[in-house]
Design a protein around this ligand. Structure first.
Ligand code: ADP
Ligand code: PMV
Ligand code: MG
Length: 421
């Protein structure tokens, strides 16, 4: 195949994290789940190189690797029976890092091999990803990374349209991001990459196209990161082992979770009920969903503490994501003053947790092309690192605002594209 070089300008891709509102774990078994995008996102700046190498810089997890493009294998998709076999394909010149960097490097080698194999273009580039999502806390940091990475590689190989992100672009990005999630987790349901690609509020059933719920209600949530590390893979395996031992009991619980999700979808789209009645019903099913997950063995003392602290103020909470630590979500009634939410958040932070107030349901993957002929990774790093590491005195904890301010190398128009409402 003849390689075609072409000139291109730096571009930036962004993709959101997610919160699963209802249906985690059950979604792995084909039950319905509901999730929405967060206003915390991953941002990838991609700049051209003249030497045909591929460099990936991930400052949040301490990775900086430089690949000679010709040492990266091109994969036809049939060479691996499962993406987890990718380790053997990493060029011997690269030492695979331990910890979160390990998955990121394996995913890069796999997706580069697959996506570049479908193109006759070759190009040197530096990719730098900064993310506002906590790593491994259940908010889909891996999916935001995989969606940003897939969109980057598809854009570099000319497989996306020239403007915006079309429906067929999204489909392609989502498919590759799912393969990236497989490298990390083995058997993901696909809900995280779907939300990171499409944004909004989705009802998701494995193997079916996700349905945008177009909710009639703004959903305010308080997310509490317990800072307790968890392994999605181990928790999913634990539920599977329980189901193998007690199939009819566990299937009953999974069916109940399916009913919870279906009821929630109806509530989100209801136009007949008064706001307060809806909120009351939503709180009921949040409590029920948490109880069902707890019987599956995926809660944790820290998550129960979040439930107790918020219940004392008549608020309903549940774990979100895989559980076993990670994050919980608390529904905030629309009429609740933000000062009162701050009081609850301070109580939770006094327990050693970290809280984010957010509205669920913003835009999905976004691409700002030709952002700035002079944008450099070094400048971007200097700006974003400074903003991340030294918040101004009296800062209100708005990490998102700080980081966007930190992307000062980008024109305002690019920033607007990258944070779609
Ligand atoms: N800021 C980041 N930069 C690069 N890779 C990231 C970043 N955040 C997350 N990742 C990738 O996602 C993995 C964590 O994903 P996972 O365990 O599924 O947790 P989560 O619930 O946050 O998705 C990391 O090991 C890393 O491979
Ligand atoms: C438990 C599960 O339903 C959600 C896991 O979410 P997270 O990895 O904690 O963000 C697994 C899945 O959907 O693949
Ligand atoms: Mg993940």
């Amino acid at each position: 195949m003849v390689a075609v070089h072409r000139d291109w300008s730096p571009f930036v891709v962004s993709a959101p994290g997610k919160v699963i509102l209802f249906g985690e774990h059950a979604v792995v078994y084909g039950k319905a789940a509901i999730a929405g995008s967060l206003d915390m996102r991953a941002y990838a700046l991609v700049t051209p190189r003249t030497d045909n190498k591929a460099r990936m810089v991930l400052p949040d997890i301490g990775v900086d690797v430089l690949f000679d493009s010709h040492t990266l294998p091109l994969l036809s998709g049939t060479e691996l029976s499962h993406p987890s076999e990718v380790e053997a394909l990493v060029p011997s010149s690269i030492s695979i890092p331990e910890g979160p960097g390990r998955t990121a490097v394996l995913t890069f080698v796999y997706l580069y091999g697959c996506i570049f194999a479908e193109s006759d273009r070759t190009t040197g580039f530096t990719l730098c990803v900064r993310s506002l999502l906590p790593v491994g806390a259940g908010l889909g940091s891996s999916a935001a990374f995989n969606v940003a990475l897939s969109a980057t590689l598809l854009q570099l190989t000319g497989q996306l349209q020239e403007e915006g992100v079309s429906a067929s672009d999204s489909k392609l990005i989502n498919q590759w991001a799912f393969h990236g999630e497989q490298v990390a987790h083995g058997t993901p349901s696909g809900i995280d990459n779907s939300v990171a690609t499409y944004g909004g509020f989705l009802k998701y059933i494995k193997g079916e196209p996700s349905v945008n719920l177009e909710s009639t209600h703004a959903l305010r949530v308080l997310i509490t990161n317990t800072n307790v590390p968890k392994s999605t893979k181990a928790l999913v395996a634990g539920v599977r082992a329980l189901r193998d031992r007690y199939p009819s009991v566990v299937d009953g619980i999974l069916d109940s979770i399916d009913s919870v999700s279906t009821t929630a979808a109806t509530l989100f789209q209801s136009t007949s009920e008064a706001e307060e009645t809806l909120e009351q019903q939503m709180q009921d099913i949040i409590r029920i969903n948490h109880g069902l997950l707890s019987t599956l063995g995926v809660s944790h003392a820290s998550l129960e503490r979040v439930r107790e602290v918020t219940a004392a103020r008549n608020l309903a909470s549940k774990l979100t994501g895989a559980g076993g630590g990670g994050c919980a979500l608390t529904l905030i009634p629309n009429g609740m003053a933000s000062g009162d939410v701050d009081v609850v958040a301070r109580e939770l932070e006094a327990e050693g947790f970290h809280c984010y107030q957010t509205v669920v349901g913003g835009g999905g993957v976004a691409i700002a092309r030709n952002v700035d002929g002079k944008a450099t990774v070094e400048q971007w790093l200097a700006d974003t690192m400074e903003q991340h590491n030294s918040p101004a005195d009296g800062d209100d904890g708005n990490v998102y605002g700080r980081a966007v301010a930190g992307f000062a190398t980008l024109p305002a128009a690019a920033i607007a594209v990258l944070k779609p409402e």
